[in-house]
Design a protein around this ligand. Sequence first.
Ligand code: 17E
Ligand code: FE2
Length: 414
Amino acid sequence: MLFRNGLIENATEGVDIRVLDGKFAAIAPNLEPLPGEEIIDCTGKLILPPFIESHIHLDTCLTAGQPSWNMSGTLFEGIERWEERKQFLTKEDVRSRVKKVLHMQVANGIQHVRTHVDINDPKFTALEAILELREEVKSFINIQIVAFPQYGILSYPKGRELLEEALKMGADAVGAIPHFEFTREYSVESLNICFELAQKYGKLIDVHCDEIDDEASRGLETLAARAYETGMRDMVTASHTTAMHSYNNAYVNRLMRLLKMSGINFVANPCVNVHLGGRVDNYPKRRAMTRVKELVAEGINVSFGNDDIFDPWNPMGNAGMRDAVFMGLYVGHMLGYEEIMKSYKFVTYNAARTLHLGDAYGIKEGNSASFVIMDAKNYYEVLKDNATVLASYKDGKLIARTEPAKTQVFVPGE
Ligand code: 17E
Ligand code: FE2
């Protein structure tokens, strides 16, 4: 197959891409078509590596309002509403909701997903369902599972045992929730356990870290210190870190040195962070997104996720990555021309680093031919016009296609 004249990653000159045996066989201008080769015209169309959802809770998706709605819009009421819904979990229920979301993600050009799964459940209903699905869907989407202790490791009965069991069952990464533990001591100790288990079982780490508007919530410094001391470094991810929004600048100046030394990754979830955050404020109300612009300026890896799709923590969500970037740039004061142009990296390359996808990810000769074709000439247009993901190819195979909508306007004049 020959993809003709596409604009790879905001390039202004088109190039041709030859896909053979599921791989990028050649990438160069004006390739001669082989006899009988199928040709797909990509003139004026942006080509990107596939999108990556680096932070989502698949187990909770599509449950908003069941049985009741989160009326306060807080993280904590979300956890209460989820607890009610959790009572009705069956494997079939989880499977059918997760499959629906995976199909929505595929339609939106996503090919890699890191999902947190609540393992504070002695029956492991959601974990079992998603472990099975991880295998079943791997030809079209790559799922990474974080064992997520929603109520804590030390503040929930047998929290540590449940976490360890989830890792033995096959979770890819260890989670923690230091800001939800009963005490600061538990918070620090929960992170120590998280590292101990990650090292024992050879897993990655992704912590729900300081997801609270409390400037005294300082799980991050412990997480970064342990990442540095253990040498786990970029195997470690700090998700949310919304408290960092509220830290004083003198503290952040000191902290930043450690963050850089640690090599850890960050994930912000702009829509949900803004929705859940600032809820204890009158005016002014905090935006509650972590300091993305400053982290990026220090060369620290940051990606954007959706966190939730139509569940107790987010009444909205369409499973695409565009809205996360859109909101992230607005809230983070990152709408300069160059910032907009390169912002696709928050949901492609930066997320690939967090997920440890390695060199196999990206558009280059020899790699698996996985990419998306956008109905826009560059990423600025994608964001501005909410451009359609025209096609998603995985390992050279078409896995999703969308026709752009056509609108006609009937007005007098012209
Ligand atoms: N649980 C949690 O603690 N934080 C979140 N953002 C979600 C679930 C979605
Ligand atoms: Fe989350």
